[in-house]
Write a protein that binds this ligand. Structure first.
Ligand SMILES: Nc1ncnc2c1ncn2[C@@H]1O[C@H](COP(=O)(O)OP(=O)(O)OP(=O)(O)O)[C@@H](O)[C@H]1O
Ligand SMILES: [Mg+2]
Length: 247
């Protein structure tokens, strides 16, 4: 079976700062993989290398069997199959929720206005903000804005979704609504690579948890192992900090 994501010996330097020092991992179709690790460990850089928002210095990345690190790849075609959700929602402030979800469908997929609108309404409904179609981002809570951003990604019919700390910018009481939507997506079989500090989500939803530190993968396994019974002191120290921040 073709891996959804296959990363081989991935290195990334910024100047002489080596941020990724040889990363190897795979995500299978339908799997949810959560990436955890301290600030600066390279989690966002890894995610950004998977859709070539960053160019790897060395190594190879395959998405659904297509080598995206091949200089001749049609990267736009590959990116169309990957939905990306960021910590900051990046919605257009002057457009309604509906328009935000329609625009890329029309521009990138060349869908007609009617079809784009139908798909946009379906997806806004699906993430629980169907009543907010006409609202602009400033009229929505952070949790609602993030769900609009998820609807926007889903409207492109991606095969896989990358999430980079999708709930980190949210007030605590709004985190649950976004995680509920992500849980539902996972249950529907969406392939997901999720950078998160939400250990409850990782424990319940992830098929695998990857712990990164200092640009390497320290542990990779089922949540019961990586979170429940970590083998490395670095993992244990990190988990103590996130699970008991007061010390
Ligand atoms: N565009 C860039 N130019 C130079 N250095 C960068 C760039 N992007 C990231 N870095 C550096 O790479 C390292 C890893 O950053 P990255 O954002 O991947 O970490 P992270 O694990 O996502 O951290 P956080 O949990 O804080 O989001 C950091 O030292 C950062 O300063
Ligand atoms: Mg990051």
């Amino acid at each position: 079976m073709t891996h959804a994501i296959d990363v081989r010996d991935l290195h990334k330097h910024f100047g002489n700062n080596e941020v990724l020092k040889g990363i190897d991992f795979t995500v299978e179709p339908g799997q949810v993989v959560c990436v955890i690790g301290p600030s600066g460990s390279g989690k966002s850089t890894l995610l950004r290398c998977v859709n070539l928002l960053e160019t790897p210095t060395r190594g190879r990345v395959f998405v659904e069997g297509v080598e995206i690190t091949d200089p001749d790849v049609d990267i736009d075609a590959v990116r169309r199959r990957i939905g990306m959700v960021f910590q900051q929602f990046n919605l257009f402030p002057h457009m309604s929720a509906l328009q935000n979800v329609m625009i890329a469908q029309q521009r990138v997929l060349k869908r007609g206005r009617k079809e784009a609108e139908v798909v946009a309404r379906e997806n806004l409904e699906k993430v629980g903000v169907g009543a907010k179609c006409d609202a602009r981002p400033a009229q929505l809570s952070g949790g609602q804005q993030q769900r609009v951003a998820i609807a926007r990604a889903l409207a492109m019919n991606p095969d896989l979704m990358l999430f980079d700390e999708p709930t980190s910018a949210l007030d605590p009481e709004l985190v649950g609504d976004v995680l509920t939507v992500m849980r539902k997506l996972a249950e529907e079989g969406m392939t997901m690579l999720v950078v998160t500090h939400e250990m409850g989500f990782a424990r319940d939803v992830a098929d695998r948890v990857v712990f990164m530190d200092g640009g390497v993968i320290v542990e990779d396994g089922p949540p019961s192992q990586v979170i429940g019974d970590p083998q490395h002191e670095r993992t244990r120290a990190f988990l103590r900090r996130v699970l008991h921040p007061e010390g």
